[in-house]
Design a protein around this ligand. Structure first.
Ligand SMILES: Cc1ncc(COP(=O)(O)O)c(C=O)c1O
Length: 313
């Protein structure tokens, strides 16, 4: 989907015009993939709009930067305030928010020391990522997720998404909506941009982070919701074939939200319809983010966007 532009982008603490948020082609990030970023959603609600789990996303951004020894010259609070200011200045909600920390223009060569850290935050309308209400048809990728001693999977780094692109493109070319990657030991890891859950005999399973999965904020939210609903939630290594014989399988992610999976490698999951537990968790998740159920876990940061100015994703 083409990017829908807004008026302003937050750059190093100031709001600048969208068209001026440009980089030189010789910037470090362009040659060496040296960026860490976030994807966050702001939802429309009956009382206004609210950003979902803003501090948790910004903490993960700072953690990703720390792993790559990038010194971010802004605090968690300043970054969160930047998001709220930006959304209110642009008057665009619901929206997707994309903060990015990168190594800019300075020196050529792999060493990042002489290239300045730049921080940008953009927001823009963005709708459903994984289409289809009846569930997605997905495949197991021939590409593995990153080996733990190569690229750290807990950092949400731009460079990791070269691997995600291979997984996603292969799936699409072969007629699937998404690919699921195994880790280097052949155990289930995650989708190209989503965590994965299965339900079997009423228990919710997801792979541990040690299987090269990103520490998803939606993953954590779904685990919290599931426990609140009285379900048993287990993190354990999952062999590929457990996916085929699961009663229910679904993806989670900021972009994907809670997306049921209908088939994997053309093997129909359960009866091929979104399962009862998936539906219960999704109802609770969408109820909270859309402001129709109480924000019982304190996940929402309100933003003042006049609904008459609202652009719907
Ligand atoms: C590789 C990968 N795994 C999992 C996720 C889900 O994480 P979150 O729920 O924080 O969006 C994402 C999306 O950010 C991702 O890119």
């Amino acid at each position: 989907m083409p990017i829908q532009t807004t008026e302003k982008i937050w750059h190093n603490g100031s709001l600048i015009p969208w068209e001026q948020a440009t980089l030189h082609v010789m910037s470090h990030v362009i040659h060496y993939g040296s960026s860490v970023f976030e994807g966050i959603r702001c939802y429309g609600q009956p009382q206004g709009s609210a950003v979902f789990r803003l501090p948790e996303h910004m903490q993960r951004l700072l953690d990703s930067a720390k792993i790559y020894r990038m010194e971010v010259p802004f605090t968690l609070e300043e970054l969160c305030a930047g998001v709220v200011d930006l959304i209110e200045a642009n008057g665009v909600a619901p929206c997707y928010i994309r903060p990015i920390v990168l190594r800019g223009y300075g020196e050529i060569g792999v060493s990042p020391k002489g290239s300045p850290i730049e921080v940008y935050i953009a927001n823009f309308p963005w709708g459903k990522y994984i289409a289809g209400h009846g569930g997605a048809d997905v495949c197991i990728s021939s590409w593995n997720r990153l080996a733990p001693n190569t690229m750290p999977a807990l950092a949400k780094a731009g460079a990791n998404y070269m691997n995600s692109q291979l997984i996603h493109m292969e799936a699409e070319i072969n007629g699937y909506q998404e690919g699921i990657a195994l880790d280097v030991n052949g155990l289930v890891s995650e989708g190209s941009g989503e965590n994965i859950f299965i339900v079997r005999n009423g228990v919710l399973f997801t792979p541990p982070l040690a299987n090269s999965a990103l520490s998803g904020i939606t993953r954590d939210s779904v685990q919290t919701i599931a426990r609140h609903l009285g379900l048993t939630v287990t993190e354990q290594a999952l062999p590929r074939e457990l996916l085929y014989i699961a009663d229910e399988v679904f993806f989670t992610g900021t972009a994907a939200e809670v997306s049921p999976i209908r088939s994997i490698d053309r093997v129909v999951i359960g009866d091929g319809k979104p399962g009862e537990i998936t539906k219960k968790i999704a109802d609770e998740f969408f109820g909270i983010v859309n402001g129709l159920k109480p924000d019982r876990f304190g996940w929402l940061t309100p933003v003042k966007v006049d609904s008459s100015e609202t652009v719907t994703a």
